[in-house]
Design a protein. Structure first.
Length: 270
């Protein structure tokens, strides 16, 4: 599986959250504490919103803990909304095109989990993606296929409804092929204004997902410090430190919506 982090709030340097905390995302790439597998070394990716009307992305296949370019970029790039992801492949190849996040227009998407039996239903799943969206398909992962299908299902109009429709289609396809492996997902989606964080599975065993909020956020002596306020939302696979009172676990079968630091969590039913 994978580990990921999504940030929304006042502009912050990437290194503040990716490298400085005791349990930073870079540390999780080598030794995650809450993942099925501890090592997430099959590449990494960054996605961020800056001065353009579409997000920038940077992805590579090196392990995140062993890439000096990632550290150098993180010391310089500052953003008010960004995604970061470290990958543990569930079967597809280690390539730059298979690293998260994925981009379509204004949207960014990253994922931790699996589409059960993906190798059996991949062809039919890809045929469900509209041609107008499929032309940006660059890799071979179930994550990207799911995202592009959701884009074709009206992600621009209603994120939650598009996700529900897409999951329903995937589950129906899994039933058609007699697949017993589970569908499990935590995912982050953004249009540059809001972040949506979804935790859902068909066996009630989704990967973990947490969030923290505050006015500002910075790392101090390995801890993540939130000031008073409601400008910052940080959604992530596992806490960045052991200050557990600062982190709220998103329940199974729920979706988070963050508008700046204003966060709402509601049940998600397919």
């Amino acid at each position: 599986m994978c580990r990921w982090l999504a940030y929304s709030g006042p502009p912050v340097l990437f290194e503040e959250l990716l490298f400085k905390p005791e349990n930073s995302l870079i540390r999780q790439s080598l030794s995650a504490s809450k993942g099925i597998v501890p090592t997430n070394g099959d590449g990494f990716g960054l996605g961020w919103y800056g001065t353009q009307n579409f997000p920038g992305i940077f992805r590579d296949t090196l392990p995140a803990w062993n890439d000096a370019n990632l550290l150098s970029l993180s010391e310089q790039i500052c953003s008010q909304l960004f995604f970061a992801h470290v990958r543990a492949s569930t079967g597809t190849s280690t390539s730059r095109e298979n690293c998260h996040p994925f981009r379509w227009g204004r949207f960014l998407f990253m994922h931790n989990g699996q589409v059960g039996g993906y190798h059996l239903l991949r062809r039919e799943l890809e045929q469900m993606i509209p041609a107008s969206v499929y032309n940006v398909r660059g890799g071979t992962t179930d994550s990207e296929a799911f995202f592009l299908l959701a884009c074709g299902n009206g992600l621009e109009l209603d994120v939650q409804e598009a996700l529900k429709k897409t999951i329903s289609q995937v589950l129906e396809l899994m039933t058609k092929f007699g697949i017993d492996e589970p569908f499990r997902m935590t995912a982050a989606i953004s249009d540059g204004d809001r972040i949506y964080g979804l935790r859902y599975s068909n066996d009630d065993q989704s990967p973990t997902l947490y969030y923290g909020t505050g006015g500002t956020v910075h790392a101090k002596d390995g801890d993540v410090v939130f000031s008073e306020g409601n400008s910052v939302a940080l959604i992530l696979s596992e806490p960045l430190d052991d200050q557990l009172e600062d982190w709220v676990e998103i329940p199974e079968g729920h979706i988070l919506e963050a508008n700046g630091g204003i966060v709402s969590v509601s049940p998600f039913q397919v």
